[in-house]
Design a protein around this ligand. Structure first.
Ligand SMILES: Cc1cc2nc3c(=O)[nH]c(=O)nc-3n(C[C@H](O)[C@H](O)[C@H](O)COP(=O)(O)OP(=O)(O)OC[C@H]3O[C@@H](n4cnc5c(N)ncnc54)[C@H](O)[C@@H]3O)c2cc1C
Length: 597
């Protein structure tokens, strides 16, 4: 996307999230005031939910004009009952702008055109001078004259989705190649050796189960995974505000059961509920009587599962995410059938390595980031990557949603798909694996599982491998407390976590037993889309463009990756299933071509 906006700053203004002035090139689009209503005119009572919906409405108009958020020159915010102590618009507007700084004017008003409207936003946007999709951020160019290779299917990405798709396509008798940007396979599964031993830590995905995660379990068996059952013997620690009395405990159980029941009502593949999608998960909880403790507990769920705060995501999106893994309770469970039941001693990257090694030679091309996909005519697509230009009948992309914005598609992706992709956001999510000389928590009668309202780690789990004499507590740094922790130096990060572990397990010798910390910042990783483990949607998107918008094929381009999954969305199981689903679509399409010949 060409830059059409230049900010004008004074010596003291560059730290603000808006600019005092902007200079724009390109024709101007004047966008009328957008209220916080759904496409059918439903207006939620909640102020923050209305802000999300108004921003979505603005995003839709901007994309339809052929521009993007980065082309906004000026925003005007009209806010009913504005109070400087209650500036709830700042967070959603900042997230919407993604670091872009237009000029912004805020106007407090007593009411808007419709009495239920609490927020309205209008914009001035400068149209880009070149095609809005030609924005490969990868900085690599491949000459159009580069040699072209013809193939049935090009798969983009050698994570679990891409490699699973490749197996299915080759099994059906078609040729395919997998173009992978990194110099390794596995994507968000990455198992790193602990120096000086055979043991590994998973800086990406770690847990599977052997019942409802049938595809990933089959891969684990096929490639000789040694499985470690999650330790659930011993006490769990809860770090709360000031202890729970009985009424608080009861309220918490009520809210948890309500979320479980409501998520079971949501359709796995086609979630639809205008009223649930119009509000944030926090507004949904509050409207059902959640008190501060229930909200803090639900915040641990959204942080530990998505790195998000409940006020940043749609209630319907979160309920559907839970449903995709069989329900909130199953997804949160460390026991049989649960999302955190088994780990792999050799690390989960074993699965991707096994899949890649069992493909015919020459199928997987590493260090080959794809820059553009051009649908030349029916069943003829040209794919440009740094390793060459390929002509295929079909393409399966498995890259995470935010990465799709870095690939140039010709013709442009449909507006509904672009609106869905543009609305996807990651929260903050990092695992810090704290290695110790002994499992002191086990010796003190704890299983290692902790949950905290205060942080920095929202959740801690035992990820030891006793057979390797490797004793590790994995700390989940997620959401707002994770972001605060991430701003510290490496040494201060270690210190903060050691202090928390010392207090959680009431163990004074934590520092003495500490060996080292292992982390990886997915938030800085462009090929994961600058985050993990899975993207989320804010209110209104599912209702506006539908749950199929991301996974629907566009011409001969098919869309896989864990975000497109029905079951176990965001997990390795979802990735494998999505790859198989997309391969099925492609194989069906290729069969139709052959039968017409
Ligand atoms: C910290 C963390 C913890 C997690 N914990 C768990 C867990 O315990 N259990 C679980 O089941 N899941 C977990 N997950 C999620 C799980 O890792 C993912 O759902 C799954 O691996 C996604 O697979 P995928 O193939 O859909 O996408 P990815 O693994 O992201 O694969 C996409 C591939 O596309 C490549 N790519 C990107 N851009 C381009 C380009 N332009 N050209 C070519 N290639 C490109 C990427 O390099 C990548 O290899 C976790 C993830 C993280 C990061």
């Amino acid at each position: 996307m060409s830059r059409t906006i230049k900010t004008v700053d004074l010596s003291h203004t560059s730290n603000a999230y808006y600019a005092p002035a902007t200079i724009s090139t390109g024709a101007l689009v004047h966008i009328a005031g957008q209220p916080g209503s759904t496409k059918d005119g439903f207006v939620p009572d909640d102020y923050e939910s209305q802000i999300h919906l108004a921003l979505l409405n603005l995003r839709k108009v901007i994309l339809s004009s052929g521009a993007s958020i980065e082309n906004i020159a000026k925003l005007t915010l009209l806010i009913v009952n504005y109070g400087s102590a209650n500036r709830k618009h700042v967070r959603p507007v900042q997230r919407f702008l993604r670091g872009h700084r237009p000029a912004i004017t805020l106007i407090p008003v007593s009411k808007l055109a419709v009495p239920s409207w609490l927020f309205e936003i209008d914009a001035l946007v400068a149209l880009p001078t070149q095609s809005p999709v030609s924005s490969p951020s990868l900085g690599i160019t491949t000459p159009w004259s580069a040699p072209q290779r013809a193939i049935d299917v090009v798969i983009i990405g050698a994570g679990l989705a891409g490699l699973s798709a490749a197996h299915e396509i080759i099994r059906a008798g078609h040729s395919c190649i997998v173009l992978e940007a990194r110099d390794r396979v596995g994507g968000k599964t990455w198992s790193q050796s602990i120096s000086g031993s055979d043991a590994v830590v998973d800086v990406g995905a770690a847990w599977i189960n052997d019942t409802n995660q049938s595809r990933v379990y089959a891969l684990a068996k096929r490639y000789g995974a040694e499985l470690i059952e999650q330790n659930t013997k011993g006490r769990v620690v809860l770090e709360d505000f000031e202890g729970f009395d009985e009424p608080t405990r009861q309220k918490l159980a009520e809210i948890r059961d309500m979320v479980e029941a409501d998520c079971q009502e949501v359709d796995t593949w086609k979630p639809h509920s205008t009223s649930l999608d119009a509000v944030t998960f926090e507004a949904y909880l509050r409207s059902h009587g959640a008190d501060d403790v229930s909200l803090a507990t639900a915040t641990v769920w959204t942080r530990a599962m998505l790195g998000q705060e409940p006020r940043d995501i749609s209630a319907l999106y979160f309920l559907n995410y839970c449903k995709s893994g069989g329900g909130l309770l199953q997804m949160r469970s460390d026991r049989k059938h649960g999302g955190q039941y088994l780990r792999i001693r050799q690390g989960t990257q074993l699965l991707a390595k096994g899949l890649a090694e069992s493909l015919p030679e020459g199928v997987v091309h590493l260090s080959s980031p794809v820059q553009s996909v051009t649908q030349v005519s029916k069943d003829s697509i040209r794919v440009h990557s740094s390793s060459g230009v390929y002509t295929a009948r079909k393409v399966v992309t498995t890259v995470p949603g935010p990465v799709l914005k870095t690939i140039s598609f010709t013709p442009q992706l449909p507006i509904a798909k672009r609106a869905y992709i543009d609305s996807l956001s990651y929260g903050y999510y990092t695992k810090a694996m704290m290695e110790f000389t002994s499992p002191f928590w086990v010796e003190k009668g704890f299983c290692g599982l902790t949950q905290s309202f205060v942080g920095p780690a929202s959740v801690v789990r035992d990820t030891s491998s006793p057979a390797d004499k490797k004793y590790v507590l994995t700390c989940f740094l997620c959401g707002d407390p994770g972001r605060t922790w991430a701003a510290l130096s490496t040494r201060d990060r270690e210190v903060k976590l050691l202090q928390q572990l010392k207090s959680l397990f009431d163990y004074n010798k934590v520092e003495d037993d500490f060996v080292q910390m292992h982390t990886y910042e997915w938030v800085s990783d462009e090929f994961s889309g600058w985050g993990c483990p899975c993207t989320s949607l804010m209110p209104g998107v599912l209702d506006a463009v539908g749950a199929d918008a991301l996974r629907e094929p566009f011409g001969d381009v098919h869309f896989a990756g864990t975000e497109t999954a029905g079951e176990w969305k965001g997990y390795m199981e979802g990735a494998v299933r999505s790859g198989e689903r997309a391969a099925g679509e492609v194989v069906g399409g290729l069969r139709a071509i052959v039968s017409k010949l």
